[in-house]
Design a protein around this ligand. Sequence first.
Ligand code: URA
Length: 426
Amino acid sequence: HDAVSVIAAKRDGHALTDGQIDWVVDAFTTGAVADEQMSALAMAIVLRGMDRREIARWTRAMIASGDRMDFGALRRDGRSLRTVDKHSTGGVGDKITLPLAPLVASYGLAVPQLSGRGLGHTGGTLDKLESIPGWRADVTAADMMTQLENVGAIVCAAGSGLAPADKRLYALRDVTATVESIPLIASSIMSKKIAEGTGALVLDVKVGSGAFMKSIDDARELAETMVALGADAGVETVALVTAMSTPLGYTAGNAIEVEESLEVLSGGGPDDVVELTLALAAEMLAAGGIDADPATNLSNGRAMDSWRAMIAAQGGDPDAPLPRADHQEVITAERDGVVTRLDALGVGVAAWRLGAGRARQGEDVQHEAGVRWHARPGDRVHAGDPLFTLSTQTPERFASAREALADAVTVADAHDGVSDLAGTLI
Ligand code: URA
């Protein structure tokens, strides 16, 4: 095999053979296939797609590129621990993992939450958590086991040994406009989750302007593809399809999303964030064989106790003040009316441009950067009311963020109809 002929085959619309897939993923992992070749192949996959056989084989090859973990030895009080994980396909303001992992752990399940960094206009869970002073995303496999046994929840980077092909491909796709693809997303997510060895998996498949899947049909297909990949690998997998045309909560960025998650863990927080957290928690508890109402531990403080233990176990100081931006700008409403639309993509791009995400591979993100919105669909506003507060450490970024938001909000007369809030089950 050689890279050029594999790229050309996909470019011309052919299905790749098992041999081609195994070879190209392996050669990319070892460095024999260069980044520019893999980028070209990724673009060909975005444009031409893959059938179910190709996706299954690609996923298998990505798993085989590295190690597999095994949580079978986890014990607490002499009994084996059940593992349940959740993964979102990526949204704007999607901070759900932050309250969800400790919430589910507070009921006695182990939540091994291997998470990612920002991808395109969507935020990354690890980038958000790194705004907590001292907190580290990189932990050894042994520390991961200890934390799961003692605390129950861990949110960390997949070790370099776990699906390394995905790690490299993910970083390439982020900067080459090759994220939006059912085969690439399904194989990326499921290779990590299967290699991780979770017992059960709950997927949050996002659909709408702020998601990688723009139509319900595509979101359903992505959900079905991932559930089938999970079932084939013996991971009990369920998927919820949820709305992502409006961003979740009131914040998109890094530290500001941690702040909002802390409100949820304190028993408050935006209703859409709380509802989605509870819906996913209910699925995770059910998958883990626990019969309980997940709202209880948000209101009685147990989920917050798990959060504090989880942050501290990874070197973070749960009491440290979160970093705040040196520069802020406010965008105000031009007219009286009702907000009928708040576009998740525009908000996500603005947060990204302010420095919450990356423009180039390996770049540092700004902990302080992000967008806060003050009104959501259904809210009444008056001319001059603040609609957005933009935060960054680099004020020269304001202009391009404003541009991304220019069309992101519609203020209309009340009777024009209001779009769904984020997180609504579909
Ligand atoms: N999340 C992932 O892990 N991979 C993708 O491709 C998209 C979202």
